[in-house]
Structures are given as C-alpha cells and as structure tokens.
Design a protein around this ligand. Structure first.
Ligand SMILES: [Zn+2]
Ligand SMILES: [Zn+2]
Length: 419
C-alpha cells in the first residue's frame, strides 16, 4: 500500500508551538489534510508521554491509533555535545517501537537533560552517542537527522554541523536510514551528495501549528506498521515526497537579514562570505552548503506531470504550495480571510482532503468547487509555473503564482539548479 506520513511534528509542550496541538486536533487535521500516519511527537516530555498512554490505542504492531489516524512514537532531540573540538547542536528525530521502549529512552536521557523543560529537549550527547543510547534500549529504534541543512541545528548546517554524516555518526552511521530535507532543500539537491546514495531522502512538516501539518510529506510504500516503516526507509521504498519549493525556505540563500542582503553561491564567493553592505559574516544558507558538499550534478528532470525524477531511480518528488496560499493569491485576498476559509472548506469537503485537492483531483472538479481562478492557480502550481524569491538568514522566501514580484523575482527554471 501507499500511505502519507508526517513524522516531524510537535505537541503544545514544545517551545514556540501552538496551544492547539493536542491529539484530538492533530487527528482531525490529519483527516482534513489526507495524512495517514503521524508522529506522536515529543514522547520525551513527561506530561505528553502520560497523555500518549491515555489517548492512543496500542495496536501491537508499533503503531497507535486515535479516530482512525495512525501514530508512531517519535521525538525531536537537540543533541548538544562537543565533537571534533567544536560545540555542536544537531537536531535528530528519534523513533521508538513501543511505549516501553520510549519509557526506557526517557530514563536513559533523564540524567543528560531537562525533559520536562521543552518537548524538544536539549540532551548532552553527540548524535552518535544518542544512537547508541537508543539501541541499548531497543535495537529497533532509529534516528533521522532533522532539517539536515539548516545553518543552526542541521547536521550539515554551516553553524554547528558537519561536512559528512559519516564523520558525525561514526560507527552508528549504519543505523541512520534517512535524512529529512527541511524546507530549504529538496531531494534533487540531496542527490548531489554521494554519501546519501543509500539513504532515504524524506520530507515532513515540522509543523508548529495545526494548519501547517503536512506542508511537506512522504508517501511510503509497504506495510503501515513500525517494522514496515523502517523497512521502507532502509530500502527507499518510497512512492514520492511532497516538498516546498526550496527557495521558499528560510535559509535557502546565504545572506544578512538586517541589511536585506540575499546571495547565491556565486555571489557569496565573490564577496568572500562577507556582507557587501556591512562587512559582517553572512549566514551561510542551504544552497551554499549543497554547493560545497555536492560532488556532482543532481541528474534531475521535471516531467509534465509535475514530478521531478532522478536519472538513477531515486524516489521522485513534487513541489507544492499550501492550498490556502493558492486560494488567497488566486482570489487576491489575505490568507486569514473568511473567503479563503470558506473556499478551503468547500474544496476539502468536495474533494476528500487538502492533498487530493492539491495533487490529484481533476482541474474541472476544482473549478466546480472553487471557481476558475483557484482552479488555474492549482494547475499552475502542479506544473511548477511559479515565481520565487529565495529566503535567506531566517526570512521566508516567497512564491507567486501570477507574478507581481520585485525585479529579483525570477521565473523558476524547470530544474532545481545552483546558479
Ligand atoms: Zn528542529
Ligand atoms: Zn550586512
């Protein structure tokens, strides 16, 4: 079977997240969105762990259930350990096959960090030490480096990351089946890195509020249970992933936000990594890191069906824009308006889910539900006919369907590119 999974989520106990991130709400939104499997996040948080026990029904196959939505136990951990003579801060997603295993992990982590302080706890351990600690509790645990390329907290990040995952994980590298692209990179960028050839490239939302769930997604093939999921990761048995246009992410370009300076790799090397306005060091973005660590071309082609495929059979992906943004721009109104909410609800109820409206429904059906302008908006996004202005230094990039960008806005080239 093929199922949609969002395995990077947070509860309301994680810092900076919405108070509405409860189990009941997450299950309801998963249905609206069309997501089959969610991470039951933040299992390291004592209060949320108790809620997990109380709310979810254990199925005995490593997944849990609430109102027809499946969950797998996950947590995001900030690994804060010195390595190679530097302070490192690396976020990884950790997964456990049972509540007993999760409880065991929590006991092992307790002496290394304040688990109750944040649903995304800071733990005194390197990523390698964390993997060993998890495997000592249960050999079926696994980790996925989160938003792998972001400057802060990304395993490949410019601020405290590594130049290679093998260097980061050492003898635990074999136990890392996948990496998460994060919003600012897409699979084609990751295909450039040889050490990732035998790892799955996955995408999840890292949503801090309900509407953002599923903004990036992975459609897995195989059995929808814990062992099936791990097997699909290990064998890259993935139908496809759904991505942001990577330019939209907050750290795609390098730059200096205070000065409004946003630079491509060629422009970064021209200025020796300094801000051309104030001379300070730039925040080196994701595109630059891929440029530095990528050893070859992506070997990627975008087809007429909107999917980008690799020359050597990696799982394909497609780039999407959130449905409410498409509606808002198509109707020329703000995202938070009643008009957008109404059109969104009509589309979702007539077409089954947000994902089916975005990616599967015939354009004629979208027109019937929400008018020709929204239908054309969806069609343009499906075909990748959008204009982008890359994000940089913490500022989100923008995507426009009908133009209207500043001169820096550019028609997106048909392939993800460096230049
Ligand atoms: Zn994170
Ligand atoms: Zn500056």
């Amino acid at each position: 079977m093929v199922y949609a999974a969002d395995l990077h989520l947070h509860s309301h106990f994680a810092r900076g997240t919405s108070g509405k991130l409860t189990f009941d709400n997450m299950a309801a939104w998963a249905k609206l969105k069309g997501i089959d499997l969610l991470a039951s996040p933040d299992f390291t948080h004592p209060a949320w762990f108790e809620e997990t026990r109380r709310k979810l029904r254990e199925r005995g196959d490593g997944t849990y259930e609430l109102n027809g939505v499946r969950f797998v136990l996950g947590a995001e951990i900030n690994c804060a350990g010195g390595q190679g003579g530097r302070n490192r801060r690396v976020h990884v997603l950790a997964f456990a096959p049972s509540l007993d295993a999760a409880a065991g992990i929590n006991s092992a982590l307790e002496p290394r960090g304040a688990l109750h302080a944040d649903g995304r706890p800071t733990i005194r351990a390197t990523p390698r030490e964390l993997v060993h600690l998890l495997l000592d509790v249960d050999p079926r645990c696994f980790v996925i480096p989160a938003h792998a390329w972001t400057p802060w907290f990304g395993v490949y990040g410019s601020k405290s990351g590594f130049d290679s995952l093998e260097e980061c994980f050492g003898d635990a590298w074999e136990r890392v089946p996948a990496i998460e692209t994060g919003l600012s990179s897409d699979p084609a960028m990751n295909w450039r890195v040889p050490e990732l050839d035998d790892r799955a490239i996955v995408s999840f939302s890292d949503a801090h509020s309900l509407p953002k769930m599923g903004r990036e997604l992975t459609y897995f093939r195989g059995g929808l249970d814990y062992d099936g999921l791990l097997d699909s990761l290990r064998t890259q048995n993935i139908a496809h992933t759904v991505e942001f246009f990577p330019e939209e992410g907050k750290y795609h370009h390098s730059g200096h936000r205070k000065c409004g300076v946003s630079l491509s790799p060629a422009e970064v090397s021209e200025g020796n990594g300094r801000c051309p306005k104030c001379g300070r060091a730039l925040t080196i973005g994701v595109l630059q890191r891929v440029h530095d660590l990528g050893r070859r071309d992506a070997g990627a082609r975008r087809g007429d069906d909107g999917f980008t495929r690799s020359d050597n059979g990696r799982p394909p992906f497609r780039s999407m824009v959130a449905l409410e943004l498409i509606i808002a721009e198509s109707l020329g109104v703000g995202v938070k308006t009643k008009k957008v909410r109404t059109a969104y609800e009509t589309l979702v109820s007539m077409l089954g889910s947000e994902m089916s409206a975005l990616m599967e429904a015939p354009i004629a059906d979208i027109e019937a539900a929400a008018g020709d302008r929204v239908a054309e908006g969806v069609d343009r996004v499906r075909k990748g006919r959008v204009q982008v202005v890359p994000g940089f230094d913490g500022q989100y990039g923008t995507v426009r369907i009908w133009g209207g960008h500043s001169p820096r806005g550019q028609e997106r080239s048909p392939l993800p590119t460096d230049h």
